[in-house]
Design a protein around this ligand. Structure first.
Ligand code: SF4
Ligand code: SF4
Length: 440
């Protein structure tokens, strides 16, 4: 019998953690219509005395445990909110001080910061550059589209402030990616959004986030839905804006999600491949090559990204910050114990275990894996619960991209492991080249 050894680092098993830390919890200086996090203030009972700012003791405990819990050449911290820049620059200076206090020799420590950009200034950007932060900047597209949902507390759009942040990030050469929410409006204007991000923002990396929330999301945790109440794929009540819709009106519709990706994909492949980084397209290429999808939402299993609130409470995932999915607190258990707990492993493997038959027999299972379980609240045509709300859109995009993916991989000398134009299919159908003509 062979005992296979997993990846090693420094002579020991490699060990990696990822936590979205929320040092200010669900507190933000603006008030976007579709924010999934601000309602956590009520859900987690902040009003009953829970401070929204992570205190020094919790912050230091977290940083120490996060470093001690990993055995990798690089340790990546992710800071999110709410709006973490509301904590002020001195708070982040304290973060890097704690990190250097516990930094093991030879290990790189990196930081990601997700922000709405409205509070960034020269001083902030100089700091972010100096400490090599990767900034995730939320921007939804040109002014009209961005301002439709990303508003301040007075209801005014934040576009001008965010564009100022874009210029500052470029000026200080801070690494950044753009995070763009694909909602009811942006989904209908894919090329306007894409060209704006490419030409005006000069986004070094585009991440698109489909906005999907049931009307009950503020109080009801995913997977606590009753199977018999799930609507069948194609039911009109799944259309955002329908008078009896069960999803919020600002959500992206299932097919609109597919159309959004398709239009951008076609433009990208004609003009921008190799020059513009679109996270979903790059991740899909990996999937077509037969590699593990780098995105948790499109991977076979998940559960490797925890979320932590300011008081040290740890949850299974950023999208599962509900009392039912709290797995512990760093003041009582160590972070790595929580991350590798049976409960968390069960959470991660449920993504694969609960895949409905429609996904199991889908041509694009390898690229999609039923997407994020948070969105699996509809029934298949056969009536099986647990299908992803975005299924129709994903399938449309993947079937559209299939031929082009094979073409890209062959043109770059790479294997095509999956899809209707895969190497295996080509071998099986040798002599019928027209079927496998991978030009598009
Ligand atoms: S629940 Fe969704 S977002 Fe969370 S880890 Fe799993 S796939 Fe990723
Ligand atoms: S495209 Fe639809 S059926 Fe196929 S794996 Fe994704 S969610 Fe399942």
């Amino acid at each position: 019998m062979h005992i296979t050894q997993g990846p090693q680092y420094n002579g020991k098993a490699s060990k990696r953690l990822h936590v979205m830390a929320k040092p200010i919890g669900a507190v933000c200086n603006i008030d976007c219509t579709y924010c999934y996090y601000l309602s956590k203030q009520d859900l987690l009972e902040y009003k009953q005395g829970c401070s929204p700012v992570m205190d020094d003791d919790t912050l230091e405990t977290y940083i120490r445990q996060y470093i001690e819990g990993q055995n990798t050449p690089e340790i990546i911290f992710s800071w999110q909110g709410g709006e973490p820049t509301m904590l002020g620059l001195d708070y982040f200076k304290k973060i890097v001080e704690f990190q250097s206090k516990y930094q093991p020799q030879g290990i790189i420590i990196s930081n990601d910061l997700q922000t709405n950009g409205t509070l960034l200034n020269d001083e902030w950007c100089a700091f972010l550059k100096q400490h090599n932060f990767l900034v995730g900047l939320s921007i939804d597209g040109p002014e009209m589209l961005h301002n439709a949902h990303r508003t301040n507390r007075a209801g005014r759009g934040t576009f001008n402030q965010v564009m100022k942040a874009v210029e500052l990030l470029h000026k200080h050469q801070v690494k950044f990616a753009t995070l763009t929410c694909v909602n009811n409006l942006t989904s209908r204007n894919p090329l306007e959004v894409y060209r704006f991000l490419r030409d005006e923002v000069r986004s070094p990396q585009m991440q698109f986030i489909p906005i999907v929330e049931q009307k009950t999301f503020r109080t009801t945790a995913p997977q606590t839905w009753q199977p018999q109440e799930q609507l069948k794929q194609g039911d009109k009540r799944l259309i955002p804006g329908h008078k009896n819709s069960i999803v919020e009106s600002w959500c992206v519709a299932d097919e609109a999600w597919g159309n959004f990706l398709i239009e951008i994909f076609d433009e990208w492949i004609q003009n921008d491949i190799g020059k513009v980084f679109v996270q979903y397209f790059e991740a899909s290429i990996e999937a077509w090559m037969g590699r593990k999808n780098p995105l948790c939402t499109l991977g076979e299993i998940c559960g490797k990204g925890l979320a932590m609130e300011p008081n040290g409470d740890v949850y299974s995932c950023d999208h599962y910050v509900y009392p039912e999915y709290k797995i512990g607190n760093i003041h009582h258990q160590k972070l790595d114990t929580l991350a590798y707990s049976t409960e968390q492993q069960k959470f991660g493997f449920a993504k694969k275990r609960t895949l409905p038959r429609q996904c199991q027999s889908c041509d694009y299972q390898f690229a999609c894996y039923g997407e994020c379980p948070k969105n699996r609240f509809i029934r298949t045509q056969e009536g099986e619960p647990g299908l992803n709300y975005l299924c129709a859109g994903w399938k449309k995009f993947f079937s559209h991209a299939d031929k082009a993916m094979a073409y890209i991989l062959r043109a770059t000398g790479n294997p095509v492991a999956h899809g209707k134009y895969s190497d295996a299919m080509l071998r099986d159908h040798l002599g019928k080249p027209s079927v496998f003509e991978t030009k598009f």
